[in-house]
Write a protein that binds this ligand. Structure first.
Ligand SMILES: [Zn+2]
Length: 489
């Protein structure tokens, strides 16, 4: 059976306004659509969760990382899950010095029964994790709007106004149908087992903010509208898709465009220009893309958006950056002028969930930075690798990167730019200051109504595995706001 490591980052809803109408956030939901405000947590309480699970465990761990576990398996298995989660918390808190405790909503469940995510021709998911909620912030150092996952924003202790934090910082689920190896197993891991500890720590790093908003989702939405091939491109997330307006859920509905929004990690992405080896930040492209319609337009439909995009300079920029993102070793994370690590750019075509949000597989799989490659091998785990890499699974480059995001890490100084809460600029379409703007119409282009159903809006990416190494490709479904479709995921 081939297992697919499914990392769902599902951005669904926005957005609520709390605290004097100055705080915007978006909730990330794995499989359930649930409109929710920032100030009111609808997640179950920890105590309730504990009562409902047969091996619920609150792991003290200096009270800095707490796994609230819902384990739906036999008691022996759940003991293995609990023990391994405790070990993962030990590893994480031995490196990260969190300013406040983080609570992880962890489930060990049967994906086939819970999500209808069943073994399909030998492909099944092994886990998924995502930040529970992000806050839309403006980084005052470059004036770029970024989505700050709650666990990261919690480190910014000098925020003058703090959100009413959601109960959980990270949601993580793991599939009971995998042949897991747990840390309380007295035998060494076998070639048929998958190390649960590696998976948990890896997913926690994603949940802490090792995520990119660059994806080909917009390309996949627009491509069916073009008879001729639309060149592949990537963009950061559409800000409007994280906001009040539910866009890209149908081809004939009005589409507000508010520009694009990054994750904090995206600030460090740089691409090489081959001829000179000079690097440029991805953020310079984000700025170029945000010139499109001045990030303030209401298109009559996706057709009008597609035609305008096709004829724009923004499209060309997005095509150019795509080529960098599928060229090996062409994208580096650079922090304060120092190249830190090469990101995954070998996957072709670009795979949201594999590309850019992992480190380069070939360069790092046999190094101290092995943790965040996008594939994982059976039959080996952290215990064995610790004998080779005694500093543990969180390597020195990864530590530098996470410190760059804002985490306090042993021997690394956290970088915490001054952040302001994002507010809609005056006159932004479909906001209170401009609730009924005129449509932008553009039928002077090649885009035509598609013959495919709106299900084309859902993107699923499955990378292939090789027979020799048993890869576990990651998948991110970075789904634009899709409340109806999500109901059926
Ligand atoms: Zn991953």
């Amino acid at each position: 059976m081939r297992l697919t490591w499914s990392y769902f980052l599902v951005t669904t809803t926005i957005v609520s306004v709390v605290q004097s109408s100055k705080l915007y956030c978006l909730t990330h939901r794995g499989s359930v659509h649930d409109l929710q405000t920032c100030s009111t947590s609808k997640t179950r309480s920890i105590s309730a969760a504990s009562l409902s699970s047969n091996a619920a465990t609150n792991i003290p761990n200096g009270n800095k990382v707490i796994f609230d576990l819902n384990c739906q398996a036999d008691s022996i298995t759940c003991e293995g899950v609990s023990t391994t989660l405790a070990k993962a918390a030990d590893i994480i808190t031995s490196v990260f010095q969190f300013e406040s405790p983080l609570i992880i909503n962890a489930s060990f469940i049967n994906f086939c029964q819970e999500y209808k995510d069943c073994d399909d021709n030998g492909v099944s998911s092994i886990g998924q994790a995502y930040p529970t909620i992000s806050y839309i912030m403006v980084d005052t150092t470059d004036n770029i709007t970024r989505m700050y996952p709650q666990p990261l924003l919690k480190q910014f202790t000098d925020l003058k106004v703090k959100p009413n934090w959601a109960t959980y910082d990270i949601n993580a689920q793991f599939n009971t149908e995998v042949n897991w190896y747990f840390t309380n197993n007295p035998d060494p891991i076998s070639s048929k087992e998958t190390d649960f500890l590696t998976n948990v720590v890896h997913e926690m790093i994603h949940g802490l903010g090792f995520v990119t908003s660059w994806s080909d989702d917009l390309y996949k939405v627009l491509a069916p509208l073009f008879d001729q091939d639309l060149d592949r491109f990537i963009t950061p997330s559409l800000l409007a898709s994280t906001a009040f307006e539910q866009i890209l859920v149908g081809y004939d509905r009005p589409q507000p465009f508010w520009g694009f929004v990054e994750f904090p990690l995206d600030k460090f992405l740089n691409f090489k220009v081959e001829s000179t080896n000079v690097t440029f930040p991805f953020t310079t492209i984000t700025k170029q893309l945000n010139y499109f319609m001045n990030s303030n337009a209401l298109f009559r439909s996706v057709i009008d958006l597609a035609n305008t995009w096709y004829g724009s300079g923004a499209y060309n920029h997005a095509v150019d950056i795509y080529s960098k993102s599928v060229t090996e070793l062409d994208v580096l994370a650079i922090i304060q002028g120092e190249p830190v690590i090469a990101l995954e750019t070998s996957v072709k075509p670009y795979s949201t969930g594999s590309s850019l949000c992992h480190v380069d597989q070939e360069k790092y799989v046999n190094s101290a930075e092995y943790l965040m490659v996008y594939t994982a091998k059976r039959g080996i785990g952290i215990t064995q690798l610790n004998s080779i890499y005694p500093h543990g699974p969180i390597g020195p480059k990864l530590r530098k990167l996470m410190a760059g995001l804002g985490y306090k890490i042993n021997s690394e100084n956290p970088s915490r730019p001054v952040l302001n809460y994002w507010n809609p600029p005056n006159g932004l379409v479909k906001t209170p200051s401009n609730p009924d703007p005129s449509f932008t119409v553009n039928l002077n282009g090649p885009a035509r109504s598609p013959t495919t159903s709106p299900s084309a809006f859902v993107t699923t990416h499955t990378a292939s595995s090789t027979p020799t190494t048993f890869n576990l490709p990651h998948i991110i479904n970075f789904v634009f706001l899709l409340p109806l479709l999500l109901l059926f995921l």
